[in-house]
Structure formats: C-alpha cells, structure tokens
Design a binder for this molecule. Sequence first.
Ligand code: UDX
Length: 428
Amino acid sequence: MKVGIIGCGYVGLTTGVCLAEIGHSVVCVDSDEEKIKKLISGKTPIFEPGIEELIKKNKKRIKYSSSIKDAVVENEIIFIAVGTPSNPDGSPDLSYVENVAREIAIYLTEYKVIVEKSTVPVETAQWIKKTIQRYKKNNVEFDVVSNPEFLREGSAIKDFLQPDRIVIGIESEKAKKLMLKLYKKIKSPKIVVDTKSAELIKHASNSFLATKISFINAVANICELTGADIEKVALGMGLDKRIGRSFLNAGVGYGGSCFPKDVDAFIWISEKLGYDFSLLKEVKIINQRQKELFIKKIEDTLWIIKDKTIGVLGLSFKPNTDDIREAPSIYIIQSLKQKGAKIKAYDPKAIEKMKNIFKDIQYCKTPYEVAKSADCLLILTEWDEFKKLNLKKIKDLMNMPIIIDARNIFDPQKVKSLSFIYKSIGRE
Ligand code: UDX
C-alpha cells in the first residue's frame, strides 16, 4: 500500500520505517528541512536501537519530503504523527494537528483514510473530520481513523512489529478494510472500535500505567517507614495474574514524553467534560513528591549539601534512550545545584541533550571519572552499564563511599559488604 506519514519524530519515523519493513511504500514528511536532509543522507534524527538499520534496509521503499502535498497526493493512507505538547494548564496544544488537517484538506482529490496517530484527547478525530470537511476544495469522500501508538522508546521497533494489540478506531467499513489490510502482516490481536473508544484506550492505558507506578512508589514509602522490602512486596503482588509484576518498579517517579503529558491531558479533558478525575490528580502529586523525597533522602544522608561534590549516573528518563524530556534527573540536579552542590554527571547517551539544560555542571566520559573525589554517587537511570560497575574501584576513587540509588539496581547486602553507605528506594 502507499502511505504518507506527517511528522518524523519518534512516533512518525518509527511508524514509517516499520510500515516500509512490512512491505509498504512510505513517504515521510516533516516541516523541519534539516531533519529531512539528515534522513535523506541516511542518518536518523533520533536515537532508537535498530532504526538506522531498518532505514538502510528499506531505503527503496521510503521517501522523504518537507511538503505535506507529497504525503497526500499519491497515498491512500495518511498518518498524522505531529507533536501535541502540553499547554501550561495541562491541555494538549492541538494546533499542529489542526494545521496538518487543513493542509491535507487542500490536496484531497480522491478517497483517502486519514489516521490520527498522535496522542490526542477523546473527540479529536471528530474535530479533524470537521476541519477537513470545512477546508476541502471539492466533494471528495474521506475517513478519519484513530490508531493510537503504544511504542516505548528503546523498544519502539519491536513494539510496532510485535505489539500486544493494534487498536483501530473507525467510522466506516471502507476504512476498516483498508486499515486491516495495512496491518495484515502483523499477527497481533486487532481490536476495531469507534474512534472515541480508540482515543480513550490510549489515554486510559497510559494513565493506568502511571497510576501503577505512583501506587508502587507510595507503597515503597510505607516500606521505608516500616522496614519492609518493596522488591519482595512487588514480587508478591505481581504474581497475582490480575496485577502482574511489570510497571511495579519503585523509583524516582515516571518521566518521558508521554506519561506526564498524557496524565495532564486526561485530567484536563475529564474536567472539560464535567468529571473530576481526582485519582489521576493524586497520581501526579505522588510522582512529584517522589522526587522531593529523593532530595530529602540525600539530605538525610549527607546533612549539608553546600559544597559537596555529588556524582550523577544516568540523565535520560529511562535506559536505552537519549531522551531527557521530563527526566527526574533535571529536577534533582536543579535542586542540588540550588542547595550549593557541585555536580559531576555521566550518561551513555544523554549528555549532549543535557548540555542544553545545564551548561555549568561537569560532564564526564566514564562513571569512574564521576566517582573520582565525589562525596556521594546517585544512580538516576538503570542503564545496564551501571549494573556492571566495578564497585571496589568506585569506592577507592570516591571521597566518601556513599551511593544513593533511585532505581534499586544493586543488591543492598553486596554493596554494604564493600563498606558503602547504600540507600535505595523502599528497602533497607
Ligand atoms: C510510554 C508507554 O509505555 C507507551 O506505551 C506509550 O505509548 C508512550 O509512553 P515510554 O515513555 O517510552 O513509553 O517509557 P516507559 O518504558 O513506559 O516508561 C515511562 C516512565 O515510567 C519512565 O520514566 C520509567 O522510568 C518509569 N517507570 C516505568 C517506573 O518508574 N517504574 C516502572 O515500573 C516502569
């Protein structure tokens, strides 16, 4: 099939490249000409394991352009995958989606399916439909479909090609047939619903996962107050099939480009519809408090922060990505700087991006360089590289052997047996 993708961010590019991988001809469009130039030269503007290989492998089936016209004219299915950033009041800014819909309308000359891939509030598909109807130049038919993405950064390609499910929100049999044909090669369950339910599945799923994380973080705090062990509690809870062990890792709160934004948007849209989703407001509060409690933990361990050298291992919001959007590391470094700490930091992928936020901290080439003369070491992202550190060497390099681990990557007994002072989340 011939597919146009508008927006070459994480979602759009992964969608385009993976649709090419299953045999479709794809045109990827982005208004950022630099990004398009980069893609044409074979480089990817994002870090996502495996994507560069797939771009090379499917070179013949992927074209790039900075003109929306190229995504529309020759293609039967057009994906909208542009950003929906948060406004200050938590509502999503849908102006990019609207602009794209208006421009698609201008080039419609025959029947097409327009797919909303960006995460948007319930009822957006109807607005896209109304907008295209208003701006189209002739009597041509079209359908709007909601096909939310569930890609996780770091495993986006696998999540696309072997998803738990594919959600397709449609309003016509014609669109249903075309969408099922598009995904025919992917052997996962496909659920076909109305557009509003599809939109809600996305917001409800992400908000539920965020709730799971805030819940386990709250339980971790109770563990600390009682001397129980969160890892054992999560294991015991997770073996109940109705609960499941995944997304029960206590830590320093969720970050990234999706959960914080989607929780805000779901609170906002519920309120707009006349329902106070107070549970989600609390999920958000617990997530923020988790970062504040981590700072308190550092203060409870070090007493005075001023003039201490604090080493930070891990800057990205989670491992295997260079993404620092809403990363807990930003809040933590900012607070410690305000309290007068000297910060040294290392991350396998995210240093360049963090340099745009903090210019005046010391970036290091290895975790060992961070440890050198540090009064304390913080683990903020659970990169595999950190799990394999030579802790004896780390201890010898540090000014004071103190590790405060926000991701529970080490066995407390093992670290303490090396004479470290070791603090983690929800366990002794
Ligand atoms: C998420 C959703 O998983 C994906 O389906 C959606 O479409 C986009 O948003 P992503 O943001 O890439 O994906 O990361 P994810 O792996 O879900 O982690 C999100 C955040 O939750 C990270 O900050 C992570 O550290 C945190 N997290 C996750 C926990 O603190 N504990 C857990 O048990 C799991």
